[in-house]
Design a protein around this ligand. Structure first.
Ligand SMILES: [Zn+2]
Length: 135
């Protein structure tokens, strides 16, 4: 399984994560799925309304619905959820695992362990964690 992330989208996500720090930023990825590969075509930032946005994310419901409708109008699918870890590696935190609402959708995490940005994509299926190749 793989997540195809074009260079310009990758750069734009890294910039968004940098600007949002020290809070986690979050949003939705729209695109298409072909076989085992998810092709990201756009990302839509969603306000993080968590009470402690430095360590977790919770997407604003209204903005999330608006983004999903916009994807539908553009005839693309919701193919991923992204968020940032301003001070740690791009691996799902215990909170991410516990609060993962959409188990069929890939999770893209932008991490900043040792200040170096690093992206990783995951599928969180209950207790099973699958690493997706980023291509
Ligand atoms: Zn997280």
């Amino acid at each position: 399984m793989a997540l195809h992330l074009p260079f310009t989208l990758r750069e734009s996500l890294l910039a968004e994560a940098r600007q949002g720090a020290p809070d986690e930023v979050c949003g939705l990825l729209g695109g298409i799925q072909r076989g085992q590969t998810f092709y990201v075509q756009r990302h839509t930032p969603i306000p993080n309304v968590a009470a402690t946005p430095q360590v977790r994310f919770e997407m604003d419901q209204a903005a999330m619905l608006a983004a999903i409708f916009a994807f539908q109008r553009a005839r693309i699918d919701l193919i991923g959820i992204y968020h940032s870890h301003p001070h740690s590696a791009p691996s799902p935190s215990p909170a991410d695992l516990a609060e993962c609402a959409w188990q069929t959708v890939p999770y893209l995490i932008i991490g900043y362990a040792a200040t170096q940005p690093c992206l990783a994509a995951w599928r969180i299926d209950g207790l099973r964690l699958t690493h997706l190749a980023l291509i």
